[in-house]
Design a binder for this molecule. Structure first.
Ligand SMILES: NC(=O)c1ccc[n+]([C@@H]2O[C@H](COP(=O)([O-])OP(=O)(O)OC[C@H]3O[C@@H](n4cnc5c(N)ncnc54)[C@H](O)[C@@H]3O)[C@@H](O)[C@H]2O)c1
Length: 242
């Protein structure tokens, strides 16, 4: 996939799926703007990093304007930043706990997409990719906040795609299954948890974040011009086994 001359913004770029996406984009020639609440270890002449909280609209507006002034355009956005749930039944969640997950995983995508779509609309071209999760469709107890945020991402993706239909901007989502990242390392380093997880995945193994990033790149590329409002599950067959 050729991303030479393309300017792509990646959130959650300091770790896991976002970091793999940024690395793969750089390997394929893109200029990458990484956004994360944490610093990045990435060193590359085409990589620029900003620390921001994706829940903070003021920070977003000022960084998006700066990026447009520096690069003159934004061709793609990969919304990869996210957090896991509080692992409690919904009736024990405080408003603050609920709101922290929803505002990061859902409102953050809305805010970034709103301000970057505004720039893309001027060029009548763009791609927005949102990271959802298998937990948008397949549930277990004690994840109401997370599941609601990820189901919301699927719906938001489709709704944004329709709002942008006259601007040649496609909006799609990727729903990963169990993936080894900063978010899950502690669990998957526990042999028992890993063995159990692998036993319920038809592929028989946990994904490497690069395997998710490859699909994000496909959706950001010119290979996917007729896919719109879609959510692609990248889960080693987990969904179809349920
Ligand atoms: N790892 C999995 O098994 C898995 C499965 C399905 C979906 N996902 C989703 O993939 C996405 C990426 O997760 P990951 O597994 O790579 O986790 P990760 O923890 O490795 O990376 C997430 C990144 O998002 C950043 N971030 C979190 N809150 C932020 C905020 N408010 N502002 C800015 N940056 C913020 C973190 O600093 C971190 O660098 C998440 O949306 C997650 O829900 C992960």
């Amino acid at each position: 996939m050729d991303f030479k001359g393309k300017v792509i913004v990646v959130t959650g770029a300091s770790s896991g799926i976002g970091k793999s996406t940024a690395e793969l984009l750089l390997e394929n020639g893109a200029a990458v703007i990484g956004l994360d609440k944490n610093e990045s270890s990435m060193q590359h002449e085409r990589y620029r990093h900003y620390c921001l909280d994706i829940r903070n609209e003021q920070q977003i507006v000022s960084i998006v304007n700066e990026v447009e002034n520096l690069y003159g355009r934004i061709d793609g956005l990969a919304n990869c930043a996210g957090i896991y749930s509080n692992s409690k039944p919904f009736f024990e969640l405080s408003f603050e706990e609920w709101d922290n997950v929803i505002s990061t995983n859902l409102t953050g995508i809305f805010l970034l997409s709103k301000h970057i779509a505004g720039k893309m609309m001027k060029n009548k071209a763009g791609k927005i990719i949102n990271i959802s999760c298998i937990r948008s469709r397949i549930f277990r107890p004690e994840m109401a906040d997370y599941a609601a945020s990820k189901g919301g991402v699927v719906a938001l993706t489709a709704a944004m795609a329709l709002d942008l239909k006259d601007y040649n901007i496609q909006v799609n989502s990727v729903a990963p299954g169990f993936t080894y990242t900063g978010m899950t390392a502690e669990s998957f380093n526990d042999a028992q948890i890993r063995e159990f997880s692998e036993s319920i995945i038809p592929a028989g193994r946990i994904a490497d974040p690069k395997e998710i990033a490859k699909v994000v790149l496909f959706l950001l590329s010119d290979l996917s011009t007729y896919i719109n409002g879609e959510t692609i599950f990248v889960d080693g067959g987990f969904k179809i086994s349920k």
